[in-house]
Design a binder for this molecule. Structure first.
Ligand SMILES: [Zn+2]
Length: 218
């Protein structure tokens, strides 16, 4: 029973460190959601795994799928942008500027910015949805937790969250054992009982007469 509580305690500590590291990357890490790569034909490289972020909070009128998805990774962070445009598609080269502005004003833009944080696995995520209909200003919504005018991610990512909790819990547990291990080593080295510090020197006991612990070295 005690062992179960110890395991739960260290999993909790591992979870706290995991969240702290993820939020540290949110506050001090790479802040830039990437600009779209200016590469013809990049459109269409939509990775299905990220499409689920698209519609979660989208209102009515959103296109079924994003047209462009791009991803940028950096240490402790992943940024994903998903974008779609509806309305007339006009080649700006064939239009006067005035015509282009008119065409542009008939378009609507929809986008999602996904931010995932955590190390070694990405563990928390948040999404920001943008919607733009000319001439209404951008509407947006973020599912992060708002604190002091900033957003921090709170949505767990699986299995990354579990992986990180274990990753941090094990060294924390080893670290907590260290003082006891050192104390036992020191007592053995000084010729004392490693359990109760009974002085073995000058005796030929095989086991401690105080507590019964067997001597492990001469
Ligand atoms: Zn002893």
């Amino acid at each position: 029973m005690k062992r179960l509580w110890v395991i739960l305690l260290f999993l909790l500590l591992g979870a706290i460190v995991n969240v702290a590291v993820a939020w540290g990357f949110q506050i001090w890490g790479d802040q830039n959601v990437p600009d779209p790569p200016n590469v013809p034909g990049h459109e269409g490289t939509i990775e299905a795994a990220y499409i689920s972020s698209w519609a979660r909070a989208s209102g009515s009128g959103w296109p079924e799928l994003p047209e462009i998805v791009w991803i940028k990774d950096s240490t402790g962070s992943r940024f994903i942008s998903l974008i779609a445009t509806t309305g007339p598609v006009a080649d700006s080269l064939e239009l006067s500027h005035a015509e282009w502005v008119v065409q542009r004003s008939k378009q609507s833009n929809y986008s999602v910015e996904v931010v995932q944080r955590g190390w070694p696995a990405r563990t928390l995520a948040m999404e920001r949805w943008f919607e733009f209909h000319f001439p209404t200003p951008f509407q947006w919504y973020c599912n992060g937790f708002s604190i002091a005018g900033r957003f921090i991610p709170i949505r767990p990512l699986w299995p990354g969250f579990v992986v990180n909790v274990i990753f941090y819990a094990i060294p924390l547990w080893l670290l907590s054992r260290l003082p006891m291990v050192l104390r036992r080593m020191l007592r053995r080295w000084r010729g004392l009982c490693e359990n109760c510090a009974y002085d073995f020197r000058g005796t030929d006991h095989d086991a401690c007469p105080e507590c019964g612990t067997e001597m492990t070295n001469p």
